[in-house]
Design a protein around this ligand. Structure first.
Ligand code: PLP
Length: 436
């Protein structure tokens, strides 16, 4: 368990940021001939200096740079479906523009979309919410930011099982609170044990952040495992952020179980995060949402009204069409993901020295490269996952993301949200690389 300290958060948090801002200019004097030239640089705040950039987006940017140099790159770095947004959803976006839905909306989202989200949770999981418990944001990442800012105080602790999605720890730190990283083992299918969870709880623990199915490992907790976690949450009076953005991308025989359904009283202690990015191939539209107790939703809506106002009015109408329109597109994309997932599992099993947990959801494979650490691949010694990924990109033009970015050294994440032809070539190259 690692407690990450937020970088000088107390000094630069809230009002104190304003007090400090007057002295945030540094002056550089330079004597040239007989006159002085004055340069002024604006200092970066301590809290943002301490922010790690998104490793997935950084790897994707590197891959794009190589592509711009005319190289063919097999990009498995970013978690983005390769499908285009289904036509009826795009049409709804166009129709929204033509109908004049191009103005500000209520900051927390249009009532029709909130109603559709409420209905989805009723139909899919039997959960009863009111529209006033929904906040629609600019993607699920923004929803997570809203949750952390609306609920966390400095020094509150948030338990995050690792490997975790890259942005969790950084977003918690930005809010001034403290991410408590709880490592899990491949031998336990990267699942947090209840014993380990209990040990991590301190008087400062406010919430658990649970991503199910998981990015980056693709594992999914079953009902029994979730019930055990839920019992501890209730007993210890904790809150849970249930990031269920991959709820419709499930390949397991076990059914996906939405966290608040598990026990009575849990809905009041859970904030569900979800969105349209992954299920409907709508990453660029930027629509995510939260379902939370009403008082938190109210405050998150107010926060959003000051920070960003509403998410795009056009995107909200497109998301409405996604949720209320035909769902065959989801079934078709899921079928393609299943085929790719099976193909990738087979390829990993046949590459000497690589292992991975069974992928039950999402669209990632998180493979173990420990057998290759300390070895020389293509003439370069590889000591960690970052070097592995960089050399794989430079030598074989395959973009992946190092496990260290997900809080788990010795592993690499590859997305299988890419066509089978790309996956085939990429895994041929990964195989060549580890055998080089
Ligand atoms: C687990 C998880 N949560 C949230 C998000 C953010 O999704 P969005 O594109 O809606 O911001 C992602 C995107 O990669 C994710 O993998």
């Amino acid at each position: 368990m690692i407690r990450l300290s937020p970088y000088s958060v107390l000094i630069f948090h809230g009002n104190m940021l304003r007090v400090k801002s007057a002295s945030r200019y540094s002056l550089l004097y330079s004597a040239t001939c007989s006159s002085f030239l004055m340069f002024m640089t604006i200092a970066i705040s301590k809290i943002v200096q301490g922010l790690a950039p998104s490793a997935t987006l950084a790897m994707s940017a590197k891959a794009k740079e190589l592509k711009s140099q005319g190289k063919t790159v097999y990009d498995l770095s970013v978690g983005e479906p390769d499908f285009v947004t289904p036509q009826h959803i795009c049409d709804a976006g166009t129709a929204a523009m033509k109908s004049g839905y191009t103005k500000y909306t209520i900051a927390s989202g249009i009532p029709e979309l909130k109603k559709a989200i409420v209905e989805k949770y009723k139909i899919d999981y039997g959960l009863e919410y009111k529209p006033s418990q929904v906040v629609v944001s600019n993607g699920a990442k923004h929803s997570l930011h809203n949750v952390f800012f609306a609920t966390l105080d400095p020094n509150d602790e948030v338990i995050i099982p690792a490997p975790y999605w890259v942005s969790y720890a950084e977003l918690v730190k930005l809010s001034g609170a403290m991410p408590v990283i709880l490592s899990t083992e491949e031998s336990q299918n990267f699942k947090m044990t209840t014993e380990h969870f209990k040990q991590a709880i301190t008087p400062k623990t406010k919430m658990l952040l649970l991503c199910n199915p998981s990015n980056p490992t693709g594992i999914m907790y079953n009902a029994k495992e979730l019930e055990e976690i839920a019992d501890i949450v209730l007993k210890k009076n904790l809150f849970v952020i249930a990031d269920e953005i991959y709820d419709k991308l499930v390949y397991s025989n076990d059914q996906f179980v939405s966290f608040p359904t598990l026990r009575s009283g849990l809905q009041e202690r859970t904030i569900v995060v979800n969105g349209v990015s992954k299920t409907y191939a709508m990453t660029g539209w930027r629509v995510g949402w939260t379902l939370s107790p009403e008082n938190i939703a109210k405050k998150m809506g107010e926060l959003q009204s000051q920070e960003t106002s509403n998410p795009s009015s056009i995107s909200q109408h497109a998301a409405l069409a996604a949720l209320t329109g035909p769902q065959d597109c989801v079934t078709e994309m899921l079928a393609a993901f299943i085929e790719r997932r099976n193909y990738v599992a087979k390829r990993i099993a046949h590459i000497n020295g690589l292992t991975c947990p069974e992928m039950n959801g999402a669209f990632y494979v998180f493979f173990n490269i420990k057998n290759y650490l300390g070895k020389t691949l293509g003439g370069v010694r590889i000591d960690n996952s970052e070097q592995f990924c960089l050399e794989l990109l430079m030598q074989k033009q395959v973009a992946t993301v190092m496990g260290s970015a997900f809080g788990c050294e010795g592993y690499v994440r590859a997305s299988f949200a890419a066509g089978l032809d790309i996956l085939k070539e990429a895994f041929d190259r990964i195989s060549e690389f580890v055998n080089s």
